[in-house]
Design a protein around this ligand. Structure first.
Ligand code: SF4
Ligand code: SF4
Length: 341
């Protein structure tokens, strides 16, 4: 689909938000709480945060919730009756204010959830999700989207991408997909035709720091390198980096049992946790933290491109901002590029 460029006047943004709600969309928008900005179901435009470089949590929860019931069951004397997940309960969702690095992460997450088995629940949620992206006018030292194939005005993954023309200005609206066009169809008067539309001068400057293809080639030879020990000495295996990441997809399946009935629940997990790979026998193939850190980098920069033809990192910088012991993925990736074996 050819990208249709329009102008959205600054005072039309609230009208668009309200029209979406009137059309039965659940809006997940960045909301500030206790100094952190996260995507929450938001009922009013006034609650939506505007001054943020990046949200603390990514927007992946819209299609891949932190915990999700996938079936209920009841045991009888001879049988187990299961009620599978009811797809009709999935709401039409708009994720509002998604940064281009998160939007790009949707393709990476989707590649994982459609690799061997097609994950129906994930795909149904995504099918009912529309992404309204907001280009980045500011970046910080943790951002590195331009080193991993993105940029602050990247349209990939957004259904509509909005770019502010300067602080407090009107917005360039790029209508990218049919889902975006569907929104314009019921809020058409807000999206004005215009000859304006060069967004580049309004975008944040994010210098390129490394070449991901070079890193991928190096990783082929680095499996046994001591770089993993050196880099991970501080890592306490808390899993925060995976929980905030827009592309991390590890999950666990747990049963919550109440007498003869129960629920099967999918919950986020992390390859950084010490028990993530432990076998029933007690053997753990990744028994020390350096092996887990290696797995994180290898998976994102070697295994995923090899198996799924996508990288597993969008350069959002969240893992560096969230890490309690200041592990900085950008510094570590840059050092991998610089080191020679
Ligand atoms: S957030 Fe930091 S300390 Fe926690 S697992 Fe990730 S790298 Fe290790
Ligand atoms: S690995 Fe870190 S920088 Fe890369 S996408 Fe995940 S949270 Fe963002």
């Amino acid at each position: 689909m050819t990208i249709d460029k329009r102008i959205l006047r600054k005072d039309s943004l609230e009208k668009l938000f309200n029209i979406l709600r009137e059309n039965n969309r659940t809006i997940f928008a960045p909301v500030e709480h206790n100094g952190k900005i996260s995507f929450k179901a938001s009922g009013s435009f006034s609650s939506v945060a505007t001054d943020y470089i990046q949200t603390t949590q990514s927007s992946k929860e819209a299609a891949f919730p932190r915990t999700e019931k996938i079936l209920d069951y009841t045991k009888t004397r001879d049988n187990i009756n299961a009620s599978p997940f009811d797809h009709n309960q999935i709401p039409e969702v708009v994720i509002w204010g998604v940064r281009p690095c998160d939007a790009m992460g949707i393709a990476e997450l989707s590649a994982i959830f459609n690799w061997d088995l097609k994950d129906e629940i994930y795909n149904q949620r995504l099918a009912k999700t529309t992404v309204i992206g907001f280009s980045c006018m500011k970046a910080d030292e943790s951002c590195f989207c331009t080193s991993v194939g993105g940029n602050p005005g990247n349209t990939e993954g957004s259904d509509i991408l909005l770019t502010r023309m300067g602080e407090g200005g009107d917005l360039i609206a790029e209508i990218i997909t049919d889902k975006g066009a569907a929104i314009v169809s019921f809020a058409g008067e807000l999206f004005q035709k215009s000859e304006e539309g060069q967004k580049e001068k309004y975008l944040a400057d994010v210098p390129v720091k490394f070449n991901r293809d070079e890193i991928r080639k190096k990783l082929d030879k680095y499996f046994e390198s001591d770089i993993w020990v050196k880099q991970s000495l501080r890592c306490i295996g808390c899993g925060a980096c995976a929980y905030v990441c827009p592309t991390c997809a590890c999950f666990d399946i747990q049963d919550e049992i109440h007498g003869k009935s129960g629920s099967r629940v999918r919950c986020w997990d992390s390859c950084g946790f010490s028990q993530f790979t432990i076998h029933t026998s007690g053997h753990n193939p990744r028994e020390v933290q350096s092996q887990r850190w290696r797995q994180r980098i290898m998976h994102k920069f070697s295994y995923m491109p090899e198996r799924l033809d996508v990288y597993g990192c969008t350069g959002c910088g969240r893992c560096s901002r969230a890490c309690p012991v200041d592990m900085n993925i950008l510094e570590h990736l840059t050092s991998i590029q610089e080191v020679t074996l």
